[in-house]
Design a protein around this ligand. Structure first.
Ligand code: PHE
Length: 338
């Protein structure tokens, strides 16, 4: 037995007794086993030991090293477990505490209905075009067969910016814009905001419309009815009936008002449809040859249909809403229902 090694072990035993935390344990490990540690020093000094004792001495240094390593290891494991238990105690997570509720928004009902309608028409091969909301009188009125003194202009209460510039009163303003830049065949929808100086339960100064038109050789009113029938069945259900009622628009000839069977009473008569069984949903007709002339198309060659609908109106019919102003009052109780 070599005394120096024995006393190293004794000292180590005393010191490890005091090891009650990982930091101190780490220091001990370095002190005995580190690069400049006590044991490492002994290993390095092996060369100075007389050759006849060297083997025995080396053996004992190694045993001491193993001994220290093992004890440190056992202590380390014990300390780690107890420190983990301490953190688990102090930082306990109560998984039964209710979480923080983050309210998620969703698309406005007008946008939802508009997107649904756009999906229907794009699936039928129509593509989306847009025009400006601040529009020339020309595209909003004149090109649509409504010259300056035309009485039909009174059908729409117009916000004038100047004599020649208006806030567009309908999306029909996009018709001639598109025709000027494209040749038939055309299958176009034009959704967007429109403006009229008007306000009551069924009218607000800004609302949304979707225009649709198709131009080619041999387009007939039958095509108009077929396209609208698909649209109405997809949005209001396949049992919904549709009827065309004669009407007037300066830019279509003949013109029609399209009604659907009442979504509430299914046509038997109720307060929503005022006992008629029918609800008016959109205006339509065959594009007036005068409009084609304004756009530079030969009306002898091409025919087409056009229709225009109010998006809020479609949403009102779909969900049974009786006041259009609800859409833009920002009342969450109303909006959250959609
Ligand atoms: N622009 C008309 C309106 O706002 C609707 C319409 C569009 C009618 C296209 C016929 C053809 O009332």
């Amino acid at each position: 037995m070599f005394n120096d090694i024995d006393s190293i072990k004794n000292l180590f035993r005393e010191e490890i007794e005091k090891a009650d935390n990982l930091k101190y344990l780490q220091e001990l490990k370095i002190k005995y086993l580190g690069k400049k540690g006590v044991i490492t020093g002994k290993i390095k000094s092996l060369g100075t030991i007389p050759p006849n004792e060297r083997r025995e001495y080396g053996q004992q240094v190694n045993d001491a090293k193993k001994y220290i390593e093992e004890i440190i290891d056992v202590h380390e494991k014990a300390l780690r477990t107890s420190e983990l238990n301490k953190t688990l105690q102090t930082q306990r997570i109560d998984v039964t505490v209710p979480g923080h509720y983050t309210p998620a928004g969703h698309l406005h009902p007008t946008t939802q209905v508009l997107n649904e309608i756009i999906r229907v028409f794009t699936s039928l091969g129509f593509h989306v075009e847009q025009g400006p909301e601040v529009e020339l009188d020309f595209y909003n009125f004149e090109a649509l067969n409504m010259p300056k003194d035309h009485p039909a202009r009174d059908m729409q209460d117009t916000f004038y910016i100047s004599d020649d510039v208006v806030l567009r009163t309908h999306t029909s303003s996009v018709q001639v814009r598109v025709m000027e830049n494209n040749s038939p065949p055309l299958r176009v929808i034009a959704p967007g905001k429109v403006y009229r100086c008007d306000a009551d339960v069924t009218h607000i100064p800004m609302f949304h419309q979707l225009e649709g038109f198709m131009v080619d050789k041999h387009i007939t009113m039958g095509d108009l009815k077929g396209v609208l029938q698909v649209f109405i069945h997809m949005v209001f259900g396949p049992a919904t009936k549709l009827r065309l009622r004669p009407s007037f628009f300066p830019f279509t000839e003949p013109s029609a008002e399209i009604d659907i069977s009442c979504v509430i009473c299914k046509g038997s008569g109720c307060s929503v449809c005022k006992n008629t069984g029918w609800l008016e949903i959109l205006g339509a007709g065959m594009i007036n040859p005068r409009v084609f002339e304004m756009a530079g198309y030969d009306p002898e060659f091409y025919t087409g249909f056009a229709f225009g609908m109010g998006i809020e109106r479609v949403a009102m019919l779909k969900y049974g809403i009786d006041d259009i102003r609800l859409f833009y009052e920002n009342d969450k109780k109303f909006l959250e229902q959609f």
